[in-house]
Design a protein around this ligand. Structure first.
Ligand SMILES: [Zn+2]
Length: 337
């Protein structure tokens, strides 16, 4: 069932998509850009449903044959591209699934809509193959792509698509959703909201995952007393952390570090406990807030930013973890000069 109203937030995109569908004037290619679990695929399908809706009134109506086929997942003129491999979309996938198919007129609708999920997985050759279609698309064709990274797309492809960025859902909306729809108590809703950073799907994942609690305990154990841990211990931690899932675990730890020290900084400047995420560790948060100077906090947040940039440019995750943990350990040191 694809329903714009079931998506929390994204008002700007939803109204834009509805306006395009209702005006009947569409472009041939759209690119929805947003993090994992931010609702991109649902948005793409809602958009396809609205574009295909046969109602004379507001689209999508949810009642016409087209809308019903869409909800049942068997619309003959909405095609989600399948790829042979799980982690990449190759030239053959695009040629066979899109280029050769798009020249065949729609089955019963006026339009034929293609959805390419995770378009960042397209190889360069695949994107170049797609480009051929984007340069001269049949009048009835609409291609809706979703991607976690617009930078992974060739400039030539980007220049022929309308980019639709998914914006973070405001924290308050996520919090309310968790409390009222998912019946999560407020203090836990605060934690998940802080970690989700505007991504409702992620918030829901965290709320239902037992792994999260485990990682939280591990992170707290690491951060408590990190200043006294010898460097070799930190190197071992960094190696263990990045051993299996590599950057994924590290990204998660970075979130813990960010929120842990954000709490301490908020306490340092306000001396108030409300709004803190790690309230159950308040004694320790207070201690940290006294021990670290404002410059020290700045160093930590800078180190986090740097780590993120390094991961994005594919620096080895263990190296990034080493440098980050050392920076966090050393933030209490006064600069030597
Ligand atoms: Zn309809």
């Amino acid at each position: 069932m694809y329903d714009f109203d079931s998506l929390i937030g994204e008002e700007h995109l939803k109204s834009k998509m509805k306006a395009v569908a209702n005006s009947g004037k569409h472009s041939h290619a759209y690119l929805i850009v947003g993090e994992k679990r931010s609702g991109k695929t649902t948005l793409a399908n809602c958009f396809a449903k609205a574009l295909q809706c046969e109602s004379e009134g507001n689209k999508p109506c949810g009642m016409c044959l087209s809308c019903m086929q869409m909800d049942a997942g068997n619309h003959p003129d909405v095609i989600t591209l399948q790829s042979e491999k799980e982690d990449s979309i190759g030239i053959r996938d695009i040629r066979e699934g899109l280029n050769n198919d798009i020249v065949i007129k729609p089955y019963r609708s006026e339009k034929k809509v293609y959805i390419i999920d995770d378009a960042q997985k397209m190889t360069r050759q695949a994107q170049n193959a797609l480009l051929k279609t984007l340069e001269e698309p049949p009048s009835y064709a609409v291609i809706i792509m979703t991607t976690t990274s617009a930078e992974a797309m060739l400039q030539t492809v980007l220049s022929r698509t309308i980019v639709l960025p998914v914006r973070p859902v405001p924290d308050e909306q996520i919090r309310r959703y968790l409390m009222h729809k998912a019946e999560i108590p407020d203090y836990r809703a605060d934690v998940f909201t802080a970690f989700a950073r505007g991504n409702l799907g992620k918030a829901m994942d965290l709320a239902t995952s037992s792994e999260f609690e485990e990682s939280k305990e591990k992170a707290v154990a690491l951060l408590k007393g990190i200043e006294e841990k010898p460097y070799p211990t930190l190197y071992v931690t960094a190696a263990e952390l990045t051993e299996k899932k590599k950057s994924e675990n590290l990204t998660e730890l970075m979130d813990f570090i960010r929120i842990w020290y954000r709490d301490a900084l908020v306490y340092k400047s306000t001396l108030r406990e409300e709004g803190l995420i790690f309230r159950e560790e308040i004694q320790y948060i207070k201690k940290v807030s006294k021990e670290i100077s404002y410059e020290g906090f700045e160093d930590i947040f800078k180190a986090l930013k740097k780590s993120q940039a390094m991961l994005r440019s594919n620096v080895n995750a263990e190296t990034v973890a080493d440098l980050l943990l050392i920076a966090v350990k050393d933030c209490r040191k006064e600069p030597e000069d």
